[in-house]
Structures are given as structure tokens and as C-alpha cells.
Design a protein around this ligand. Structure first.
Ligand code: GLU
Length: 477
């Protein structure tokens, strides 16, 4: 196996979650870095758990994030089909071969028999595993029961005493005692393979060089190595990614809103931030750098720099990162992405909309924060009682009167001129600081804090600014 070939192999059982995105991203980055191929394979052999539309949704979310595959159900490839339910004959062929060689056997036990067996083992304090009663059946009996189409599964006969030793790219040498391993079902009674057989067969035929997957699969690796041995195939390199943990170091919550990638996009996280953040869930570059574009990740990524210790999913960091991207991506990009959160009429005057985004992005974390911040430019909330009182006191009224005069008298509301007017007001009135700016802001934007005066007036325009200033003058001028 010379070429690096990796696969992302989701089961279409629901939405793409953060852990799945990390596996897909590491597959993608590793393939790009090694000039290899990144393959998408849909593992839909568990028909009961399949959710309609889930595969399409997963692919479109990954595409939206910028992760595309060299071979996939949509783009095809030399090693297709890339959907397991279309490869059933291949799995059955190899299961039959295993049975013929004595490495696997049919098991006719009903779910009730198995349950009773487990209960008894538990009661006796024994290790709970299949007791191989069907392995003891005579050849003739097995044949007769198969001929009468009795419902059955195929089990892999695991070795009785065997220590599996393998190299994991992230963990180094791993030793696992498989003497208590259950005889894994490889073909279910519906004729579909289980994950273990299907993934092994496909990884072989698709010439996968590295199996990159979550740590939860580590304990299945001996079964897979055994399958490779029984089938006489060379195993790929194993790469088990660290668990993703909550900040209290418990395993990452399964609540959909907390882990679904779509829900983060819907909440207004930027895909650049999400990818960057997920890339750092277990991997870090040579220095303490935290911000990487997808291209930079492709250049810098290496599996050797992935930790084996659990990676903490820190929402505070994701928010910080999103704020960084909100400010550093091109203004037009942010404006475009923010549009769904604005009313269509607010976007009609596009140059003005861009100015609003520019002012708002310095003070926002997520895309909807931009719209929230921008509200003051479209309509004013009523002042709080204390603000309404403050705007009526003598100094406030003086400021509003002077400023509206000055603004009315100028045709030029460029930033320089508004800054000049603003400074002149301070000089001429001898009022400064909070007593000067607060009445202006309360009148113009309805709050005590906001963008600087040139920005505010530029966005509101001269007419609207005057309307807002005058509205609060007790004696209209
Ligand atoms: N279908 C498995 C899953 O969804 C893939 C595991 C693997 O990558 O081997 O987790």
C-alpha cells in the first residue's frame, strides 16, 4: 500500500456531530498533507437505525464546511460502490469463506435463548458471552437447519487465548487481551453484515492505508485484526482519536443542540471558526498558534501531533474564535453570511448595510449578534426611566440643541467633519465626557454606549440624526 488512502465512514443514523466532523476533518487534512485520497463511505448496514435523508444531510454539511471527498457515493471512484447496502454480496461471500474455513459458524439461537444465557451467566457471576452452543452442532444438523431456512446469524470464532498487540499511530504500542472476547456476529439474521465485517472488507477492497476513527472503536480493533488474519489480508495502520470531553471532563454530551454541527451553523457560528476549533480538539501545531485557515491546516497537520489525552470542548474558546473570524474575514463575506438574520428591507441600502456590519462586528461574537446590535439603526426602543430623566436635564438639553444646530448647518457628514463638529461642541459648551456624549447617544441610538459619533451619524444619515436629536428637545428649535 503506497498511496495514503483514508475514509470517513459515517452511519446515516442522524445529524453530523462534532466528533464526526473532527474525524472527517482529520481524514481530509491527513489525505491532503500526504497527497493521498480521502474517501466517503456510507455505512448503512443497520437498517433499523437508518434515518431517511441523514446521509445527504451529512454530505451537504461537510460540503458547506469545505470538506469534499475524492471518492464518494456522489462522485464515484475506482473502488465503488461507496454505500455498504450496495455491496452485500461481497460481505456474504467472505462470510461464507470464513465459515468454510472454520473461522466462523452459523448460530441459530433465538433472542430469547440468548437472553436466558446472559441471565444465567450473570447470576453465576460469569463473564457474559456467547457460550458457543451452536459451534457444537454436527455438520449434518447445521446443514439441515440451513436447508430449512431457519433464522440464524454468522459468528466469528475468536481465538481462545490471544493477546493482540498492535501499533496505533497516536497511542503507540497497544496490547489487548482478547481471551474474553465474544464470538462477534458478522452477518445478522436479516442477511446484512455487522459493522465489523463490512468495514473490514471495505477497508481492504478500498485499499485504505490508515483507519482514522474515535477512541470508542479501540476495543473492537482485536476483532478487526483477527478478521484480517482469517481473511489473509494485510491490516491498515490504526489511528484512534482521543475522546472529546465536556469542560468538567465527562464524555461530551449527546444532546443534539450541544453536538450537532448544523445547530452550531444555525446559531450563527462561522464555518471557518468551527473548522479551526474542531481541528484543535486533539491536535495542535508546533507552536501555540490557535488560528488556522483550512488551507493552513492542510499544510501544518500531522497525525503525530494528535494527543491521546481527551480533548476538552470549550465553548468559551469557540466563541472567542468566532469573534476573531467575525472581525478578520472580508467585510463582504460577513455581510453576506449575516443577511439571513436581517430583515430584507434593512439590507436594501447595501452600502449602509456594510457600514452597519463594520460597526457591529467589533462588538459581536455570533452572526445574530450583528443584527441585534444593528437594531438601534432601524428603530429606537423607549428610553429607560432614568435615561429619559437624564436627557431632560439642562446640560443634556444644551448639548442636544447645540448639536442639532451644528448638524443642520452642515452639508458634509464625512467622518472628519462630524469629528470636528463633535469636538467643537465640547469646546463651545464647556461640557464634556458623560454629560456630553450620553445625551447624544441616548437621543441618537437609545442607549448610553455605542459606536463613535462619526460612525453613528454616517449610518443614520443627516436627516434621521436630526429627527432623533430633535425628538428629545423639550423646546423644539
Ligand atoms: N460507521 C462507523 C461510525 O459511524 C465508522 C467507524 C469507523 O470509522 O470505523 O462510527
Amino acid at each position: 500500500m503506497n498511496q495514503t488512502r483514508v475514509r470517513f465512514a459515517p452511519s446515516p443514523t442522524g445529524y453530523l456531530h462534532i466528533g464526526g466532523l473532527r474525524t472527517a476533518l482529520y481524514d481530509y487534512l491527513f489525505a491532503r498533507k500526504s497527497n493521498g485520497a480521502c474517501i466517503l463511505r456510507i455505512e448503512d448496514t443497520d437498517q433499523n437505525r437508518e434515518v431517511e435523508g441523514a446521509a445527504e444531510m451529512l454530505i451537504s454539511t461537510l460540503h458547506e464546511l469545505g470538506i469534499d471527498f475524492d471518492e464518494s457515493p456522489a462522485s464515484g471512484g475506482e473502488f465503488g460502490p461507496y454505500i455498504q447496502s450496495q455491496r452485500l454480496d461481497l460481505y456474504r461471500k467472505h462470510a461464507a469463506e470464513l465459515v468454510k474455513k472454520g473461522d466462523a459458524y452459523p448460530c441459530f439461537c433465538t433472542p430469547e435463548t440468548l437472553q436466558q444465557m446472559r441471565d444465567e451467566q450473570q447470576e453465576k457471576g460469569e463473564f457474559v458471552k456467547y457460550d458457543r452452543r451452536c459451534l457444537a452442532l454436527s455438520k449434518d444438523e447445521v446443514q439441515a437447519r440451513l436447508d430449512s431456512h431457519e433464522s440464524h446469524v454468522i459468528r466469528l470464532k475468536m481465538p481462545d487465548k490471544r493477546k493482540f498487540i498492535f501499533d496505533d499511530v497516536i497511542r503507540g504500542r497497544v496490547e489487548m487481551d482478547a481471551s474474553q472476547s465474544d464470538d462477534q456476529v458478522i452477518i445478522k439474521s436479516d442477511g446484512f453484515p455487522t459493522y465489523h465485517l463490512a468495514a473490514t472488507v471495505d477497508d481492504h477492497y478500498m485499499q485504505i492505508s490508515h483507519v482514522i476513527r474515535g477512541e470508542e472503536w479501540l476495543s473492537s480493533t482485536p476483532k478487526h485484526i483477527w478478521l484480517y488474519e482469517c481473511l489473509g489480508w494485510e491490516a491498515p495502520r490504526w489511528v484512534h482519536l482521543p475522546l472529546i470531553l465536556n469542560t468538567d471532563r465527562s464524555k461530551l454530551s449527546k444532546r443534539m443542540n450541544d453536538v450537532s454541527v448544523q445547530s452550531y451553523l444555525q446559531k450563527g457560528y462561522l464555518r471557518e471558526a468551527l473548522l479551526n476549533f474542531v481541528a484543535l480538539l486533539g491536535w495542535h501545531g508546533a507552536d501555540d498558534r490557535e488560528l488556522y485557515s483550512l488551507e493552513e491546516l492542510c499544510e501544518n497537520f500531522s497525525l503525530e501531533r494528535v494527543n491521546k489525552a481527551g480533548a476538552v470542548f470549550d465553548l468559551v474558546k469557540l466563541d472567542w474564535m468566532n469573534g476573531q473570524y467575525l472581525r478578520s474575514l472580508p467585510l463582504e463575506t460577513i455581510a453576506k453570511r449575516a443577511e439571513p438574520w436581517f430583515q430584507p428591507k434593512d439590507v436594501l441600502d447595501y452600502p449602509r448595510y456594510l457600514k452597519i456590519i463594520e460597526a457591529a462586528r467589533d462588538r459581536s461574537t455570533l452572526l445574530p449578534d450583528l443584527a441585534e446590535y444593528a437594531k438601534m439603526f432601524f428603530c429606537l426602543d423607549d428610553l429607560t426611566e432614568s435615561d429619559a430623566q437624564f436627557i431632560l436635564i439642562e446640560t443634556s438639553q444644551k448639548v442636544l440643541a447645540w448639536y442639532s444646530h451644528a448638524l443642520e448647518a452642515t452639508a458634509d457628514i464625512s467622518a472628519e467633519n462630524v469629528a470636528e463638529i463633535t469636538n467643537r461642541g465640547i469646546q463651545e459648551l464647556g461640557i464634556k465626557g458623560k454629560n456630553y456624549y450620553m445625551p447624544l447617544r441616548l437621543a441618537l441610538i437609545g442607549k448610553q454606549h455605542g459606536p463613535d459619533m462619526p460612525t453613528t451619524i454616517e449610518i443614520l444619515g443627516k436627516e434621521e440624526s436630526l429627527v432623533r436629536l430633535r425628538k428629545h428637545l423639550a423646546k423644539p428649535n
